[in-house]
Structures are given as structure tokens and as C-alpha cells.
Design a protein around this ligand. Structure first.
Ligand code: DGI
Ligand code: FE
Ligand code: FE
Length: 201
């Protein structure tokens, strides 16, 4: 396949118009964290950066508009997503990345789609974006961040496990809002974690 050349500066300039200041700063943090992780885990830097840059491109669309854009374009909305429309920013982000930012790379689009919930058996790019979103330098509220940040550069699967574990712990305050994909992802990465524990014993 011919190599696609991305104009990151142009994309960034356009994106800036659609995000509030804090979201834009977070996005830049995710983009550079994706680049750093791509260096360690052997992924093309520009692909990782484009994914990081666009992952939250639909985040600042009001919730009712998220729902109406999905409806208009026949993007399926689950019952849980209808009740928690913020979850839609991930798949809507992939949709806009394709339609408005002209990204056709399926690996990039699927990494944007699963950046909030994760999923079982993620590709390296999917894991990099999922992890970068959680550890980028401006994030400071989650527990265990220094351990999780370090793990991102050592073992991505273990890092995904730690993030899902802490996320589900937090979401358990409101268990009805948990997406089955988040749970499925946790079960999968916990299994990998448990296998490693056994090997070490
Ligand atoms: O968009 P960001 O804030 O940068 O990050 P994100 O897209 O990862 O969203 C983070 C939030 O998503 C965080 O508060 C945990 C939450 N989340 C992850 N999985 C689920 C979820 N929220 C609900 N309701 N259900 C889930 O399955
Ligand atoms: Fe997000
Ligand atoms: Fe984000």
C-alpha cells in the first residue's frame, strides 16, 4: 500500500475550531504521548499522532446534536449510548475523522472508535491511543498514575489492564452506565495479567 502523508499542522488548525481550550490542550498531550509510545512499541509515528490528534474531535458537540448526527447518518446507537450520549464521541469521532478530516486508514478509525471503552484483543495502535488518553501529562486525577505511566513504556497489555481495572472501579459507583465492551475488555486483559502472574510463580 502506498504511504499516506498526513498534514498534521493543517488537521490541528482545523480541529482547534471545534474544541474548547482545555480539550485542545488535552488533545495535544495525547498526540505527543502517542508519538512517544509509538517510538517504544514500533508503530509509525505519524499514524499514532493522527489518531491522538483526532480521537476526541467529536467531544465538544452537544449531546443532543451527537444523537441527531448519529440518527441522520444511520450510525447505530445502543440503549446505553442513548442514555449516556457522551460515549458516542468515540464512534462519532471516527465518523468525522473519515468524513471531515479525510482519514481512510481503518486502523486509525478503529482506534478512535474504541478509545473510551477499549475492547478485547486491541491492536498496538488501539492500545497506544487508549493508554495515551489516560496518561497524557495534563491528566492528574486518576489513582496510580505514576505506576501506570511507567508501565505504558514497558508492557502495553499490563498497562491496559491497570487502566481498565481502575476505570471499572470508578464506574462501579454507577454500574448501570457501564458498557459491555468495557467489561469484555477488562475480562480479556485481566486474563493476560493472570497468565503472567502464574508464569512468574
Ligand atoms: O474523552 P476523554 O475525557 O478524554 O476520555 P475518554 O473518552 O476515555 O472518556 C473518559 C471517561 O469515560 C471516564 O470518565 C471513564 C468513562 N468510561 C469508560 N468506559 C465507560 C465509561 N463511562 C461509561 N458510562 N461507561 C463505560 O463503559
Ligand atoms: Fe474521549
Ligand atoms: Fe481524550
Amino acid at each position: 500500500m502506498e504511504k499516506v502523508v498526513y498534514d498534521l499542522q493543517k488537521m490541528e488548525k482545523k480541529l482547534k475550531k471545534y474544541l474548547d481550550r482545555n480539550r485542545f490542550i488535552h488533545t495535544q498531550g495525547v498526540m505527543y504521548t502517542c508519538a512517544s509510545l509509538a517510538m517504544v512499541h514500533d508503530i509509525e509515528l505519524d499514524k499514532a499522532q493522527v489518531t491522538g490528534l483526532l480521537h476526541d474531535c467529536a467531544k465538544c458537540i452537544p449531546n443532543d446534536k451527537k444523537l441527531s448526527i448519529c440518527k441522520k447518518n444511520r450510525i447505530p446507537v445502543s440503549e446505553l449510548e442513548a442514555e449516556n450520549p457522551f460515549l458516542l464521541h468515540a464512534k462519532l469521532g471516527a465518523y468525522l475523522a473519515e468524513k471531515k478530516y479525510h482519514v481512510s486508514d481503518r486502523e486509525i478509525l478503529s482506534a478512535i472508535t474504541c478509545h473510551t471503552t477499549g475492547k478485547p484483543m486491541m491492536s498496538t495502535l488501539e492500545k497506544i491511543v487508549f493508554v495515551s488518553d489516560y496518561i497524557e501529562p495534563h491528566r492528574n486525577k486518576a489513582p496510580n498514575l505514576s505506576q501506570i505511566r511507567k508501565m505504558a513504556f514497558i508492557d502495553l497489555d499490563e498497562c491496559v489492564y491497570l487502566i481498565l481495572r481502575d476505570t471499572l472501579h470508578y464506574l462501579n459507583n454507577n454500574p448501570k452506565t457501564i458498557d459491555t465492551t468495557t467489561e469484555d475488555a477488562f475480562v480479556y486483559y485481566k486474563e493476560l495479567h493472570d497468565e503472567k502472574q502464574e508464569e512468574n510463580n
